[in-house]
Design a binder for this molecule. Structure first.
Ligand SMILES: CC(=O)N[C@H]1[C@@H](OP(=O)(O)OP(=O)(O)OC[C@H]2O[C@@H](n3ccc(=O)[nH]c3=O)[C@H](O)[C@@H]2O)O[C@H](CO)[C@@H](O)[C@@H]1O
Ligand SMILES: C=C(OP(=O)(O)O)C(=O)O
Length: 417
């Protein structure tokens, strides 16, 4: 298993190009199952999760060509509607093939994704919505089996805001007979990006970007070309790197309009931020101030940035209070940060972070994707050498992370395992 050796690296300086968003690319790749015509995606990040999905779709008979950051799909000859456990267990987002398969082929068999390090993460809302649209669903031997000759439009009120739940049901509704109303829908920019792609493919969706989506089903979708939206979480991670190392970084190909809550917290922490339509410039020349954060659905502060902001709070002046409301077990990075000298108390879903002046390099273990990112950030600030183990999590979601950070002055070495 690969490891990253992160050396003390302050004052990062230069430009970093932001990649396409993993969490937009994953559902949009699955949308390729909705049409027999060619779907072309550009700005696709080269990530382990995308390769896993490519393997899953290829196993179903979809022809996929992935070259540089362009992916071309031909799902005209799908031969299997099964998503096997071996692939689903490595990537929860595989659940996103469920609704496209039922919508176009009337059948799907998808392994239940199960929980992961950050929480139980059930998929009951995906199932509830599909059932409301007339699918017959059984759970057998760890697989969800869904059948429907043609899905029917329905009014679905989601019990909680779910990102992949909204995406899955939106993909069911675009080919259903009649109109579907999705209430309490997720408004994350990645959900909106999927809606924009589906509209290019001929879907009829109203209320894009709001918590009420009205979807008029059509008989079939056609081919299209779509560029994946910039990754606001990758951009946010690098913005924290700039603030933490008292650096001066410009993030290019970014979408600051999707990062309001993150940018606001960085400004509060003391960063100077200048933004345009597609760039963010972050400059910091002092110790950060502690900030309080509550994770909530978009447009509030994203749970996927909680760990990175915690690292910033670890070395800030004052005490910051973080409240995680989305996932029940998303503080796995806390003991690792404490091993590096951080001072953090946990009380239920609240983390109280007392800022310290120094962190010290240590051997630490990454437990999930964003926890890994928070440890790499801490390693750049820490004195000495930090070895981050189990970085396969990181490779699921960050494209060439060490290369991008090294280009602006970091000193990170990958040790192949
Ligand atoms: C591939 C992808 O896009 N992943 C993102 C997506 O995950 P994902 O879509 O899995 O997360 P959800 O938005 O569905 O989860 C939000 C909350 O709802 C709960 N829930 C969800 C569905 C359901 O049927 N029942 C249920 O109880 C979950 O356990 C969690 O507590 O949104 C999360 C929240 O912004 C992000 O952290 C993930 O990075
Ligand atoms: C939790 C995340 O991803 P996933 O839903 O793929 O586990 C994430 O992107 O931080």
């Amino acid at each position: 298993m690969d490891k990253l050796v992160v050396n003390h690296s302050m004052n990062l300086k230069g430009d970093i190009r932001v990649s396409g968003a993993k969490n937009a690319a994953l559902p949009i790749v699955c949308a390729s199952l909705l049409t027999a015509e060619q779907l072309t995606l550009t700005n696709v990040p080269q990530l382990k999760d995308i390769y896993t999905l490519e393997k899953l779709l290829s196993g179903m008979g979809v022809k996929v060509n992935f070259s540089n950051s362009t992916m071309v799909f031909d799902a005209s000859n799908v031969t299997s509607q099964v998503a096997p456990y071996e692939l689903v267990k490595t990537m929860r987002a595989s659940i996103l093939v469920l609704c496209p398969l039922v919508a176009r082929f009337g059948y799907a068999e998808v392994s239940l994704p199960g929980g992961c390090a950050i929480g139980a993460r059930p998929v009951d809302q995906h199932i509830k919505g599909l059932e409301a649209m007339g699918a017959e669903i059984t759970i057998e031997h760890g697989y969800i089996k869904a059948k429907a000759s043609r899905l029917k439009g329905a009014r679905i009120v989601m019990d909680m805001v779910t990102v992949t739940g909204t995406e899955n049901l939106m993909m069911a509704a675009v080919l259903a007979e009649g109109t579907t109303i999705l209430e309490n829908a997720a408004r994350e920019p990645e959900v909106t990006d999927l809606a924009h792609c589906l509209i290019k493919m001929g879907a009829k969706i109203e209320g894009v970007g709001s918590d009420k989506l009205v979807i008029h089903g059509v008989e079939k979708l056609h081919g299209a070309e779509h560029a994946i939206i910039a990754d606001r979480i990758e951009a946010g991670t690098f913005a924290v790197a700039a603030a933490l190392t008292q650096g001066d970084i410009t993030l290019t190909h970014a979408r600051p309009d999707t990062m309001g809550a993150i940018i606001e917290k960085l400004i509060k922490a003391g960063a100077d931020i200048d933004e345009g339509n597609d760039f963010i410039h972050i400059k910091m020349n002092k110790r950060p101030q502690a900030v309080d954060i509550i994770t909530l659905p978009y447009p509030a502060f994203p749970t996927d940035m909680q760990a990175q902001l915690m690292t910033l709070n670890c070395v800030a002046e004052g005490t910051g209070r973080l409240t995680e409301t989305i996932f029940e077990n998303r503080y796995m990075h806390v003991p690792e940060l404490c091993r590096m000298g951080a001072n953090i108390d946990i009380d239920g879903n609240v983390a109280i972070v007392h800022g310290v002046e120094r962190l010290y390099g240590a051997q630490v273990m990454a437990t999930d994707l964003r926890a890994s990112a928070s440890l790499v950030l801490a390693g750049m600030f820490a004195e000495g050498e930090t070895v981050v183990d189990r970085i396969y999590h990181l490779d699921r979601g960050y494209e060439h992370i060490e290369e991008k950070l090294n280009n602006v002055g970091a000193n990170i070495v990958r040790i192949k395992g």
